[in-house]
Write a protein that binds this ligand. Sequence first.
Ligand SMILES: [Zn+2]
Length: 60
Amino acid sequence: MKKELVAILVCPVCKGELQLSVTEENKDEVVVGSLYCAKCDVRYPIAEAIPNLLPPEQRP
Ligand SMILES: [Zn+2]
């Protein structure tokens, strides 16, 4: 996902803002990392440049 996207993404649970942490990135995208909601203390993973914003209880 593009880094700028973090500005418009919100936590699906509380609609709060998310903190991006990058594990792996290429020229213009975050490939692996996570989005963290401090309010909910939940981390949403980013894998293969796709953020998984499912609430934890809906993950398989
Ligand atoms: Zn939240």
